[in-house]
Design a protein around this ligand. Structure first.
Ligand code: BGC
Length: 719
């Protein structure tokens, strides 16, 4: 449609019809939905009439080609102007072919594969009738107590921004109207949802505007620069104002400064939550605040539908605000081609062919293997195919490895670690026992495990958190493995055999009772549908692990938030804790495992670190280079990392900031030179007056295999 046709359509709409476009309801509310029978209660509670549902603009959780078509058909008949529904759903890391959780994808440092995973997810979702996905989630995270760290790619603004772009490219493709195999993306949760006090979900977020701009906003902005069509609000407050009623965030920054003209949706129920937050007396005031602040679609609550008309008629709300919100929604529908093709990609035949297809599983397997991080290996891995292995633990034969946001993913479709190993070795060499449940154990199960492992040469322990222990509303104050599994480790140690532990989890955990007891430790996260196959690929050396952490692993929970790009303080701990310096008496300041850390089955030697010059000017660049040699026996991939520190800023600068990385493959004995270009632009940051500029002076450059083990060089910026 032309813009003037959309305007004409808007003119034909009554106020009720307009307000209806601003409402999003779950699938069962709609005629044609298979579970419609249960909806009378919720409709009454929300004060909704059938007329309201007929005017509604979008559907939450709309998927399943047949059902979506039925709903769309009924809606087009019932809606006076025939405005199609938008189908939105949470396709976070896969539709039915589930990829590793985003925190795991982060560890791959592989943007192409990340993009590919979003493409596959988009395709499966699109044929199933989805138009918009509520992804990517790009909230920067520093506190592993928060269960939703699993949905983020980690603690670094630069890397998160790169992933944000990759995911948007993958989900949206190049042309949403013509390419019905892609879906519109909705970046979330705007803003700073990843910094709740105490790591408790939905909790207060307090930070300076400088920090907000420096660390938290870049990834949302990156997604929008890549063309992301939608933005979702966050549940938290930012400087005392709930994000969902925050004019500064949504009008000043998002719309005015960044020029975003797409659709803004509230998070689930977040408009109404302005009441318990304590900034709105009732649903009427909540509607007024949210719409004024810039929320176009209200997800799952009734503040707009029951109040906006009245607010306009009473003169409290300018109808122009309603019109601009509706126009944005109609524009998105048009961009998706829904006026011409209301079913869009929904196709029962393709659903059968595409979903969980072999090519999709292949991408999932590759990405799962690249997302695993080898945390420790004392000459135990890779295993030889003639080793007699006992596979023990609650995850030994569990398909519950998809993660909390896998929605359509089925554990039955997942390859378990047992099934993965069975593809590699003779069945007579594998014995399996559960040992304990995730959170409970009994003597009998442990005895059985001891018995099963008695004759094995090596024990693989498959341990971790249940998928429900991370994700939304799943914060933990204690991030150790559950006691039952720590007990299982202790018991298995009694057999005096080598132990390789494989961990399934959604957050960095406190590794007390795990890492010291293990001879090898592989972080597999929630690896998705092909998880067990990918892990077996790594255990048996068919894939050499190359993942590196994008979120620090703390020594213990008392250390969090702990992240690599921290400040030095005025009293850095330079002398082993001696004197009045910044320290803990009982643990180090540094995390147990730093950002960027991960081992390989081979070894890499870094040499000849060099800068092309020691002075950088504004219109020039200098080159940092390093030679990396594979000094081991097998081919491997290494992620070479570049960090920079501004030694004396106008405001305090982080000790290190990731500015570049390169993933290289090296054959045994092979050497490659990796080069990074450094320009003045990369040295800019927000000053106290919020100006984004650089300072003349000395900068340190760090190159290395992780954020801790680096060589330092330096140059001077002259301006
Ligand atoms: C979550 C969002 C999600 C939405 C819709 C909310 O509870 O915070 O991330 O997109 O539900 O399912």
């Amino acid at each position: 449609m032309q813009e003037n046709q959309l305007q004409d359509l808007l003119k034909k709409m009554t106020i009720d019809e307009k307000v209806g476009q601003l409402l999003q309801l779950a699938m069962p509310f709609f005629e044609g939905a298979s579970h419609r029978g249960h909806i009378t209660g919720p409709m009454n509670e929300m004060g909704l009439t059938e007329e309201d549902v007929r005017n509604t603009g979008s559907v939450l959780g709309g998927s399943g080609a047949r059902e979506v078509k039925n709903i769309q058909d009924a809606h087009l008949k019932n809606n006076r102007l025939g405005i199609p529904l938008l189908m939105m759903a949470d396709i976070i890391h896969g539709f039915k072919t589930i990829f590793p959780i985003p925190l795991a994808i982060g560890s791959s440092w592989d943007l192409d594969l990340a993009q590919k995973s979003a493409e596959v997810a988009a395709k499966e979702a699109a044929v199933s009738g989805v138009h918009v996905t509520f992804a990517p989630m790009v909230d920067l995270v520093r506190d592993p107590r928060w269960g939703r760290v699993m949905e983020s790619t980690g603690e670094d603004p630069y890397l998160n921004s790169e992933y944000a772009r990759a995911f948007v490219r993958g989900f949206q493709g190049k042309n949403l109207k013509e390419d019905v195999n892609h879906v519109a993306a909705c970046v979330k949760h705007f803003a700073a949802y990843g910094a709740p006090e105490g790591g408790r979900d939905y909790n207060t977020v307090n930070m300076s505007e400088r920090q907000l701009r420096e660390s938290y906003l870049p990834a949302y902005k990156a997604a929008l620069d890549e063309g992301c069509e939608m933005v979702m609000t966050a549940f938290n407050t930012v400087d005392g104002i709930p994000a969902t009623g925050n004019e500064f965030l949504m009008r000043d920054i998002l719309r005015d400064e960044w020029g975003f003209d797409g659709v803004m949706i509230s998070d689930w129920g977040a408009v109404k939550e302005l009441i318990p937050h304590g900034v709105a007396e009732d649903t009427r005031e909540a509607a007024l605040k949210a719409l004024r602040a810039g929320v176009d679609i209200e997800m799952m609550t009734e503040c707009y539908i029951n109040n906006v008309k009245d607010l306009i008629e009473s003169g409290e709300l300018d109808v122009a605000l309603l019109d601009e919100a509706v126009l944005r929604i109609l524009t998105l529908k048009d961009k998706l081609g829904l006026f011409e093709n209301p079913y869009r990609g929904a196709d029962e035949q393709l659903e059968q062919e595409v979903i969980l297809s072999e090519p999709h599983r292949k991408v999932a397997r590759e990405l799962a293997a690249k997302s695993c991080v080898l945390l420790k290996n004392e000459q135990v891995l890779p295993l030889s195919t003639d080793t007699k292995v006992a596979l023990i633990g609650p995850f030994a034969n569990s398909g519950n490895i998809l993660g909390a946001w896998s929605w359509h993913g089925q554990p039955e479709d997942a390859v378990t670690i047992q099934q993965g190993i069975e593809q590699k070795i003779d069945p007579s060499l594998l014995s399996v026992a559960k040992g304990c449940d995730i959170e409970a154990y009994n003597g009998e199960d442990i005895q059985e495990a001891l018995e099963v492992a008695k004759d094995a040469e090596l024990i693989v322990l498959a341990l971790g958190e249940s998928p429900g222990m991370s994700g939304e509303a799943a914060s933990l104050a204690d991030i150790r493995l559950p006691e039952a599994q720590l007990t299982l480790i202790k018991e298995m140690k009694k057999l005096n055999k080598k132990i390789a532990i494989v961990l399934f989890n959604g957050r960095p955990i406190d590794l007390h009772g795990v890492i010291d007891e293990a001879d090898a430790l592989l972080e597999a996260w929630f690896p998705g549908t092909e998880g067990g196959a990918a892990i077996a690929d790594i255990l048996y050396g068919d894939v050499n692990p190359s993942g590196k952490l994008t979120m620090s692993f703390p020594h213990s929970v008392g250390q969090v938030p702990v992240y690599y790009n921290h400040f030095n303080t005025g009293r850095p701990n330079l002398n082993n804790g001696e004197g009045y310096v910044t320290k803990y008496l009982d643990i180090p300041n540094e995390p147990l495992l730093p950002f960027g850390y991960g081992l390989s089955y081979t070894t890499f030697e870094y040499s000849n670190h060099a800068l092309s010059g020691d002075v950088l000017t504004v219109n020039d660049s200098i080159t940092a280079s390093v030679q990396v040699t594979n000094t081991g026996e097998v081919a491997g991939e290494e992620i070479v990392q570049l960090y920079i520190r501004d030694v004396a800023g106008e405001v305090v600068r982080p000790m290190k900031e990731l500015k570049g990385y390169e993933k290289i493959t090296l054959q045994p004995g092979e050497t490659k030179t990796v080069t990074f270009t450094i320009t003045e632009e990369q040295l800019r940051y927000y000053h106290s007056n919020l100006e984004f500029t650089s300072d003349a002076g000395r900068f340190e450059v760090f190159i290395g295999t992780n954020s801790r083990d680096v060589e330092t060089l330096s140059f001077v910026l002259k301006k």
